[in-house]
Design a protein around this ligand. Structure first.
Ligand SMILES: Cc1cc2nc3c(=O)[nH]c(=O)nc-3n(C[C@H](O)[C@H](O)[C@H](O)COP(=O)(O)O)c2cc1C
Length: 216
């Protein structure tokens, strides 16, 4: 694939985070608001319950900015249902309690080298409960997808703060999507600056294979 992320380093995004901060300083003005306003992105909820006699309920909760992580979460939920689980897929902002779930899968997009803040906060707030349940993590990202050492190290850094909170949780990292029509003006500007090409790099087979074996 022609994903230019392979030619870019995570540092490129981090360097540009200064632009994002500059944008944040503008948010007092209407212009700043327009620059950071994200197009309306669907954050769907699904209940996949193929086998209604199965009582095990798995929560697949996600944090997204441009929607691709939500679609990955939906594919994971669907695969879990094919395995016989009841799988509920929900944006993390709508999860008020973990009561009633026997296992949890948490997924976030990466922005500027980090999981999205609402998902990190959710993990911090629910660390004790999550550590007492079978819990797994997945991440959607675009850079550092190669097998060389620099990529692996940078990739591992994305989830290091979360792994420190949930040390037993298995994790998967999936390539995501760069779709300018789903980005705010500012994010599109940053993506253009680092010359990221629009593409959908999701490997659905890899995602479904993981969902078929995770939390076994
Ligand atoms: C402003 C911005 C910053 C990003 N920063 C990173 C990054 O540091 N590392 C990375 O691998 N991908 C980065 N990405 C790529 C996203 O993680 C990828 O597009 C992901 O699929 C987005 O998920 P979402 O559609 O659920 O928001 C960035 C994307 C944008 C728009």
């Amino acid at each position: 694939m022609t994903m230019t992320s392979k030619q870019l380093s995570r540092r490129d995004f981090l360097k540009l985070s200064g632009l994002a901060l500059g944008g944040a300083a503008l948010t007092c003005s209407g212009l700043g608001y327009a620059a950071t306003r994200t197009p309306d992105i669907a954050t769907p909820e699904f209940l996949f319950a193929k086998d209604t006699t199965m009582t095990q309920k798995i929560l697949v909760t996600y944090a997204t900015r441009a929607g691709s992580t939500a679609e990955i979460a939906a594919a994971i939920g669907q695969t879990l249902a094919e395995r016989g689980f009841n799988a509920e897929v929900k944006p993390v902002k709508k999860v008020s309690s973990l009561a009633g779930y026997q296992s949890v899968i948490l997924g976030s997009a990466i922005r500027m080298g980090n999981w999205l803040p609402e998902m990190v906060k959710f993990v911090q707030d629910n660390q004790l409960v999550l550590n007492g349940l079978p819990t797994a993590l997945f991440t959607a990202h675009m850079l550092n997808t190669d097998d060389d050492e620099a990529s692996c190290v940078a990739r591992e850094a994305y989830t290091a703060p979360v792994r420190a909170l949930l040390p037993k949780a298995p994790e998967a990292l999936f390539s995501g999507v760069m779709d300018f029509s789903r980005l705010s003006f500012l994010d599109r500007f940053i993506a253009n600056m680092v010359k990221v090409v629009e593409s959908d790099q999701r490997d659905w087979e890899k995602i479904r294979t993981w969902a078929n074996t995770v939390l076994n």
